[in-house]
Every structure is written in structure tokens, then in C-alpha cells.
Design a protein around this ligand. Sequence first.
Ligand SMILES: Cc1cc2nc3c(=O)[nH]c(=O)nc-3n(C[C@H](O)[C@H](O)[C@H](O)COP(=O)(O)O)c2cc1C
Ligand code: SF4
Length: 456
Amino acid sequence: MNLPSLHIGDLVARLPIVQGGMGVGISLSGLASAVANEGGVGVIATPMIGMYEPDRATNPEEADLRALKREIAKARELSDGVIGVNIMCALTNFAELVRTSVREGIDVIFAGAGLPMDMPAHLPQELREKAHTKLVPIVSSGRAAKLICKKWLKRFGQLPDAFVVEGPKAGGHLGFKPEQLDDPDYALEKILPQTIETVREFEEVAHRPIPVIAAGGVYTGGDIVRFMDMGAAGVQMGTRFVATEECDADIEFKKAFVNAGKEDMRVIQSPVGLPGRAVGNSFLDKVRDGLLKPHKCPYKCLASCPQEDGPYCIAKALMNAKRGLLKHGFAFAGANAYLVDKIVTVKDLFGSLKEEAERYKVDATRRYTEGARQYLEQMQDGATRYKQGAKQYLEQVQSEASRRTESARQYLDQVQEEAARRTENARQYLGQMQEKVSTKLHDYLPERMQTDPEKS
Ligand SMILES: Cc1cc2nc3c(=O)[nH]c(=O)nc-3n(C[C@H](O)[C@H](O)[C@H](O)COP(=O)(O)O)c2cc1C
Ligand code: SF4
């Protein structure tokens, strides 16, 4: 089965698969270009993108923007496909990262970890009308999508080009309260149709489609088909791209996925105030047990971070993890990370996803045909039972009718018999009466009259 292409306005990806941006440093130009070469949307993650720049601590803005430009240029060198960036709203340099990405001609910006209410305000003035960059907020509900649409329309007279709706099975920071993570009301299967329905109202205003991309727990090609059958224009996947050769993380980070069991998957409370999903390890045990020492805030990278008052610096922990130093950090991971059993190339991964999608379609057709056959059998069974029931009912009605006819006939016979008996009684009674009358007359009239009736 051929997966359809993903259209975001005039931007077209050959396949409906967006590789989710993964910080810190997990998806850079290496992974993004490999995904774009296979026909998906490759996404460069921007948190702490300038981590290897010598002046990241002293000159954070320039260091990050320099690294961002370099990563975009590298990805462009390696691929002609669709390349995007992921910029977390919580980053202190969100506005500059948006502006620079647009100036660098990035195809699409995904903005999550908060609602990008003012994103269009950060477009470079000179490019506001003609920038081809697509703006795609990441949300966790239809309500959030509606808030963004209303705000953008009112303030900027424009609407997002698409949305990613991310469910609670995703990796990294999650847009849900901890108690909502296992609540079926917040499952991707619920929030996807709600978001599609909300966005549909605004498509009428925009006179164009606003595609909705499903994310969080999409793992197999079958999942891709399933969510697209529910109305998604495509899917965003993170976890499955971590265990690829081209993923920009150290091999130890990828091995953490390969070696994880279901029991290792853990939801943590990030210092930035959001829950996050990760592979549990000794570092996270120390965080849980309050064993980490006070720390410095070297980069001032997140607006919502308590900085030195937090239990640890998450930027440093994630940078350590990216470098493979998992004793001093941890790996963010989606709920399905324990299913990963080997590291493959991005090409092979796309091959598997297409095969799985194909198999799912064939299985779905088989399941559908089997379901239809069973339904038909049930219907035929029902019809036979109904016919049998009707025949029995008719027989009962007929026998009841002949029973009643018979008793009516017997009753009629009895009535006739009784009538004949009474007629006979009456007749006898009349005879007796006549006899009595003539006896009386005989006694009463003079003998002469009895012999000479002429004289009487
Ligand atoms: C290691 C890792 C890091 C992530 N970092 C970010 C990030 O920096 N910004 C973001 O918006 N999403 C981030 N995510 C979420 C992914 O982009 C993606 O939407 C999500 O993982 C999809 O769910 P899946 O992992 O089940 O496929 C991260 C996910 C992982 C696994
Ligand atoms: S303490 Fe917080 S703001 Fe400071 S560098 Fe670490 S993650 Fe960034």
C-alpha cells in the first residue's frame, strides 16, 4: 500500500511521516537529512543547539544562532527534502530562533512545550508577507488549538499552517497533568478527532485545509494507517527514530532504548514544571531520592526553569545523555521505547514502516471481510430463526383457531340439543295442559251437553 504524501499548503513531503524534533541534540542535521532523504519531514531540535560552541555560556544567543544556521546548512547540503526545526516556546531565545530559522529559509517550524501565542510576531519584518516557512504549533487538545487560532486571527490576521496534536504516550516533556496520562479521555485516539473538528471551523475562514498531524505512541506502520484512517494528515514519530544509525545521539543513548524493559519506562516531574517520560536510571533514582547537590544555572536557557532553585539542571542532564554519559543524565523516551530491539538505518526503518503499513492494510481488509462474513452468517442465522419462529407461531395460531372452532361447534350442538330438549318439554307440557283442560271441561259441562253438543 502506498502511504499518501503530506501537504502543508504548498509544501509537500512524499510520505506523511514527520520525525519529531528531539532535544537536547538528539535530532540535528544528521537525522533530519536522513529522514528528509527518505521522503519524510526531517526536524532539527533547537534546545541548547549551540552546546558545543565555546561561548555558549558567555554569549548564548550568538552561540545558538550560529549553531542553528550551521545545522540548517548541513541538512540542506545532505538533502533536497523537507527540513524543519522544532523550537520549544519555553526557550528564552524562542523569538530569535524563529526569526533566524525563517531567514535561513527553513521549510517548517514546529513549536511546542507551551502555546506559541505570539509566534507570527517573531517573523522577520522584511519577510512577513513572503516567507515560505510553515508555522505549526504542537498542542495537546482541541481547546489549545482553538485558543491559538483565535489569537492569531485577531492579532495577526493569519492562522497556523497545520497542527501537531501530541498525546500522552510521547517522549520528552508532556502537555498533560500526571493524572491525565493514563486517562482514556486524554488518549491520542480521543484528542485527535477533537482537534480535527475544532480546526475544521477555521479551515472555512482560511479557505484552505489546516492539516492535523498525530503524535505520541505512533510506533508501527499499522499505527500510521490507523491514525490516518481517523483523519490525521500524517504522523510525528520520535522514539522509533532514536534507535537509528543516523540519530545524532551517542550510541549509549540509543542502547538505553534497546536495553529498556517495560518496567524501566518512567514518568518524571521535570524541573521546568511539566511531566516528562524517560528511561529510568540511577541518575533519576538520585533525583527521586533528593540526593543531587545544588547546582549552577550555566545557560539560562528556559524561561520556566527555577534555575538554581531546581533540583538539577535539565539542560546539562540532557546534554550529558546525548554524549552517552548516562550516569550524569537520562534519556527522554516515548512510552513504546521498550519495544525497540535494535539499531537500524533510517532507510531500513522507512522500509519497515511501509511494510507494516501494507501488512496492516491487508490484515485490516482481511479482518473487515471476515467481520462482514460473520455478520452475514449471523444475519442468515437470524433470518432462519425468524422464519422458524414465524412458522411455529402460525402453527400455534392455526391449532388455536381449530381448537376454538371445535369448541364453538360443540357449544352450538349443546345449544341446539338444549333447544330441542326445551321444545320437547314445552310440547309435552302443552299436551298435558290440553289433556287437563279437556278433563276439566268434561267434568264441568252437564252430561246432556256432552252427548248433544247442539244444545249446549
Ligand atoms: C529523546 C526525545 C527528546 C524530545 N525532545 C523534544 C523537544 O525538544 N521538543 C519537542 O517539542 N518534543 C520533543 N520530543 C517529542 C518528540 O518530538 C515527539 O513528538 C514524540 O516523541 C512523539 O512520540 P513517540 O516518541 O511515541 O513517537 C522528544 C522526544 C524524545 C523521545
Ligand atoms: S538550570 Fe534551567 S535555565 Fe539554567 S541552564 Fe539549566 S535548564 Fe537551563
